[in-house]
Design a protein around this ligand. Sequence first.
Ligand code: ARG
Ligand code: ZN
Ligand code: CA
Length: 293
Amino acid sequence: MWVHERLRETDPGLRERRAQLKQRIAGSISSGEASRVAEELVTIPTVVHVVHRTDEENVSHEQVASQLEVLNRDFRAQNEDAKNVPEVWGGLVADAKIQFELVTEDPQGDATNGIVRTETDQESFSPDGDPVKSTESGGAAPWPTDRYLNIWVCNLAEGLLGYAQFPGGPPESDGVVIRHSAFGTVGSAAEPFNLGRTCTHEVGHYLNLFHIWGDSDDCSGSDEVSDTPSAQAPNYGKPEFPHVSCNNAPNGDMYTNYMDYSDDAAMFMFTPGQVTRMNATLAAERVALAKPV
Ligand code: ARG
Ligand code: ZN
Ligand code: CA
């Protein structure tokens, strides 16, 4: 959200583009178009930029593949652990009908395994100014962001696990960034963020989902999704059912949602409302990205 605020200040067109997108999504939801597109399975071509200084940061092909597997399970509601969702929300576990594929052709048409490795002398990357996304600052430039989901894996400054850019932002910084130790399920992935859910969460933002507590601390914020309960603040760790806030008794906060801040082992679901919003966004704003299956 901090990156989003900064972009709102520095990119003069962003507010207007976001306002238009909001209208188009609302239109698509009320006309039923959004539910229709949410029925269709799409594939998002994905490239992973591994920006490394240490061996640990130079994550293996296996670690990258493990993250892709998580994305493909989580966005198809095929994750085993969805059975841990409290019964009251069982009916709200939704299949987003989105899958992810490491690309086999680069923008020039040459063969690739979808992983680009760049050595850096940077100890860590700050989200401020997106240094990981350009060569001049020790990072790696994205592949055309209208056609590829760009994922950067690196060491992030402070305790940040990952961050994303919402749709409508500057093309040259579009994509998601994940700390290597919160990426995938093997190799340098470290507990309690070693189940690949940071990337699931950030791709949720990339497809226009907000945090389920609406990023305020007084119940005034909203995630603009009607089937996620209002909540006052993020939940951390492994919460116990129910955690009540913001007049949401008896079931309380949906801390099992990927868009909360619970541990990887405690988040298991997107709701139908979130699924509709992501697919409406793909249809409205990230058109060249989603390939019909
Ligand atoms: N941007 C958030 C952070 O860096 C991501 C939190 C993801 N949560 C998780 N359990 N993986 O804190
Ligand atoms: Zn977030
Ligand atoms: Ca909501």
